[in-house]
Design a protein around this ligand. Sequence first.
Ligand SMILES: Cc1cc2nc3c(=O)[nH]c(=O)nc-3n(C[C@H](O)[C@H](O)[C@H](O)COP(=O)(O)OP(=O)(O)OC[C@H]3O[C@@H](n4cnc5c(N)ncnc54)[C@H](O)[C@@H]3O)c2cc1C
Ligand code: FES
Length: 507
Amino acid sequence: MTSLWMQTAPPIPQDDEPPPAETQVVIVGAGMTGLSLAVMLGEAGVPATVLEGRQIGAVATGNTTGKLCLLQGRVFSEMREHARDDVLRAYADANRAGQEWLLAQVADEPGCAEPKVAITWADTEDGVATLAREAEAMAAAGVEVEQMASPDLAELTLPFTPTAALRLGGQAQLQPVRVLAVLARRARSAGVRIVEGCRVTAADVTGEGVVLETSRGQVRAQTVVLATGTPVLNRGLYFAKLLAERSFAAAYALGDSPPLPDGMFLSVDPVAHSLRTAEGTDGGRVLVVGGGNHRTGRDGDTAALVDEIDAWTKTHWPGARRVTWWAAQDYRAVTRVPYAGPIPRGGGRIHAATGYHKWGMTNAVAAALRIAWHLEIPGHLAGSEAAWARVLADHHAGVTDAGDAVVVNAEVAAHLTGGWARAEASGRHDDPPAEGAGRIVRSGVSPVAESTVDGATCRVSGVCTHLGGILTWNSAERSWDCPLHGSRFDARGQRLEGPALADLAPA
Ligand SMILES: Cc1cc2nc3c(=O)[nH]c(=O)nc-3n(C[C@H](O)[C@H](O)[C@H](O)COP(=O)(O)OP(=O)(O)OC[C@H]3O[C@@H](n4cnc5c(N)ncnc54)[C@H](O)[C@@H]3O)c2cc1C
Ligand code: FES
């Protein structure tokens, strides 16, 4: 389970140096957000260090679909239910700014970005109605999309003819790991240190700055930016305002199938698929198919979601042969508008960026721009904030969306209670779980997560180290996933991602 992007990009060089004891800005996380900001700060002459718990690109950015695109499924119409049209326009401008900045960074870098047309299609009555709403919302946001008519739909280079589609030219698709390699190289040549294998576990805000506890010692900084997907450290309670949504992607060699589609495609039907092309491991072109969207830790049979992608692909491209598959998750803000800026209880010294709703290639860069402007480090970055950044900041300052937050947290409470009740009811088993299986059992009063992977049976605590959710087994990825706020752990209990900071204890 290694993404196509990891397999087809040269390894990104690593620094062996430990973290510095002191620096001006610490960026936590080396995905698209963290490394874009690292380039911006480094090139402005700001002393900055990136602390990455795993490796560059290990979480969402190395496992994305990599469309650098303003045509974003149903995002604009959903956002319009929560935000005014000037916020939608600011969101579109932010995405354009992110797209332009990133394309400029990789303009002379081979294999990073390819220009493509973007298409959103629908086949169901619901999907067709969604497309009409999306076109209207995008027009309100100042993005003119083409609503395709019948003869053109048959020319879409797909092996089927959709019922309706929207089209937007002038977009691009990325090889995201190659892009991260370019950003890391630029940041390092501008003096930024990137320390991998360094997990941040706590932060103490003092009068002089922030003291970070990390797995590789203490680091002091004037300012800390949490570029960690969902913001870690629990300040601002972002985990309670975000939904973790996970999905799968797979790459296929097409053999004698119908030819590769020309463009980036996404459906808005209830069972949605995403399509793009890419360079395969042997240098030929492959089809990348995304699907299996689910709330992290809440879908009992994740292996069935991967099978569904396979079955759907082989229905339309019968000769398709799967080369690799992978998965990732991203976070959706209750209000749908991404957040970037200072967080509550951070003394103005801790910033975070989150809520890209699976459109982080553009939104992560826009968030980095917002934070860079917000830092207003004298002599470096002051005075250049764009109007869209102010509108988005004002939106967050004025929004409560309390109703939606209540629904989200009622669901979380139900999962918390249900998980503990199921754990309580579970008994003991004499035999280890079958290969690839995992289950929660009881040891006294404690829920224990038992699994067998590659012949090794592991028993670890079945309780999430974030806020006590009972974990569920992800049969496709062989991981323990938390249904509350999306933390994930491997079978041996090592934290993979999410708001939890500690590993699971052995049982
Ligand atoms: C399946 C899927 C498909 C997608 N497709 C697209 C697409 O086509 N187009 C698009 O625009 N967007 C897409 N996205 C969204 C996009 O990939 C993400 O929004 C984006 O990659 C997020 O970048 P990030 O830097 O914020 O997070 P990440 O890339 O997840 O980086 C966060 C980093 O923080 C590190 N970290 C976390 N906690 C700590 C800690 N305590 N200490 C130190 N380091 C820590 C992690 O290890 C990680 O490397 C997709 C997302 C998914 C899930
Ligand atoms: S992620 Fe919050 S309790 Fe598990």
